[in-house]
Design a protein around this ligand. Structure first.
Ligand code: AMP
Length: 415
């Protein structure tokens, strides 16, 4: 027997109300803040991610699904959304639109991660991007939107970490300070961090290995190395967030795992350990579009993992509304009644009434049992007597009360 590939899962009907709830809340918040939906392809030129997410990052180096297609093109299943959105922004000349351009997406993403709770090889993100302005008020608006989104889902006990990792003007100074600091700990670092020290020293800060903690705790802080512009940007962002009453905490060790970030980075986590860590994260990427060959264009955005949101909704016992299902079941006794049932089911559906019609030739008792399992409000029963008199029996499934009503005009009665 075949099984779904490791790290992927089927989203079964009984889970769909959670998915529909999260997607609806996502669409609602985007409407409130003026974001429009965009859908991106499931694969892109692999170079798009090498050039933006970065050569030395885990995503590109270890987790990307790359393949050559039959035409010899080197492609990758999309591991994240921001690079694609920036590609689309340039490709479709969106710099001609009123700035900032605000876009959101809901899509499947692919990473060859080690599957475990909250970590899959195919997973889903809701994300949004505001492209075309470097105003810290936009960073604050994005973070506010993130906070309101989680609030609208009903999630509680979340923490919001914030940091600034500077820009190409001040980053090199910070990186040399980091390297100098870590050189003193070279013997104690985990094997991954020894490599990172050369390729991507900021990633040493968020390493979870105990052997790397002492060095990370005492490491220099990016916020202390910002140039005047970045410092002013960070100060204004913090002021605006305070105006908005957003309870952020500056976390000097938060750097995020993608190379394209500049200045603002932030992440939302459940306070409880059991919450499967990062619920979502984002930041500013002022050099990304230019790095991909577009005009210099700043941007800021965010992405949330939908599986982790759903895990936390369940973990926090948040009730999610059920999906709408047919409320009428049609049962029949005998072949002639079956023909009436077929006609009636079609007529009710044409009038916008959801119907499940019995099939086969089960006893009435078995048909009513099925109606009960489906949770319909009413069952319509048709037998020989009803055909003769042009009526049907209408059974209220909660009270078990039955009445005989005319076949004609049943749709009005049910409505
Ligand atoms: P990132 O692009 O790595 O910042 O990821 C954004 C969000 O997507 C994370 O905060 C997680 O909620 C979610 N996420 C990332 N990778 C995975 C994965 N492999 N499986 C499930 N969710 C993920």
């Amino acid at each position: 027997m075949y099984r779904a590939p490791r790290g992927t899962s089927d989203i079964l009907p009984e889970e769909q109300n959670y998915w529909s709830y999260v997607k609806q809340k996502a669409a609602d918040i985007c409407r409130l803040y003026g974001y429009e939906r965009i859908d991106i392809p499931a694969f892109e030129d692999a170079g798009l991610f090498t050039r933006s997410v970065g050569e030395g990052t885990d995503i590109v180096e270890k987790e990307m699904y790359t393949f050559e297609d039959r035409g010899g093109n080197r492609l990758a299943l999309i591991p994240e959304g921001t690079a694609s959105i920036c590609r689309a922004y340039t490709e479709h000349g969106m710099h001609n639109l009123s700035q900032p351009v605000k876009l959101y997406y809901i899509s499947a993403f692919f990473r060859y991660d080690r599957p475990q709770a909250g970590r899959y090889r195919q997973y889903h993100q809701f994300g949004f991007e505001a492209i075309g302005s470097d105003d810290p008020a936009l960073d604050a608006e994005v973070i506010d939107m993130v906070w309101q989104f989680y609030g609208s889902l009903g999630l509680k006990k979340l923490s919001l970490g914030l940091n600034s990792i500077g820009c190409p003007a001040c980053r090199p100074g910070y990186l040399s300070a980091l390297k100098e600091h870590y050189a003193g700990y070279a013997g104690e670092l985990c094997p991954d961090c020894k490599v990172r020290l050369e390729k991507n020293p900021m990633r040493l800060l968020d390493c979870k290995q105990p052997s790397c903690q002492t060095a990370a705790d005492s490491a220099p802080r990016s916020a202390d190395y910002l140039c005047a512009d970045c410092e002013e940007h960070f100060a204004r962002l913090k002021r605006y967030l305070s105006l908005l009453g957003i309870p952020f905490k500056v976390n000097h060790r938060m750097v995020r795992g993608l190379d394209y970030y500049t200045r603002t980075v932030f992440e939302v986590e459940p306070e409880e350990e059991s919450g499967q860590s990062s619920l979502g994260g984002g930041g500013r990427y002022d050099g990304l579009i230019e790095g991909l060959g577009g005009r210099p264009t700043p941007g800021v955005g965010f992405a949330a993992g939908i599986e982790r949101i759903i895990f936390n909704l369940k973990n926090q016992n948040i009730a999610v509304p059920p999906l709408e299902r047919p409320q009428v079941f049609i049962a029949y006794i005998g072949d002639e009644a079956r023909e009436e049932a077929i006609k009636l089911a079609a007529r009710l559906r044409q009038n916008g009434i959801g119907v499940v019609q019995a099939v086969g030739s089960r006893s009435l008792k078995a048909q009513l049992r099925q109606a009960n399992t489906l949770g319909v409000r009413h069952t319509v029963i048709i037998g020989d007597e009803e055909i003769k008199t042009g009526t049907v029996i209408l059974r209220d499934m909660t009270t078990a009360q039955q009445e005989t009503v005319p076949f004609d005009g049943l749709e009005r009665l049910l409505k």
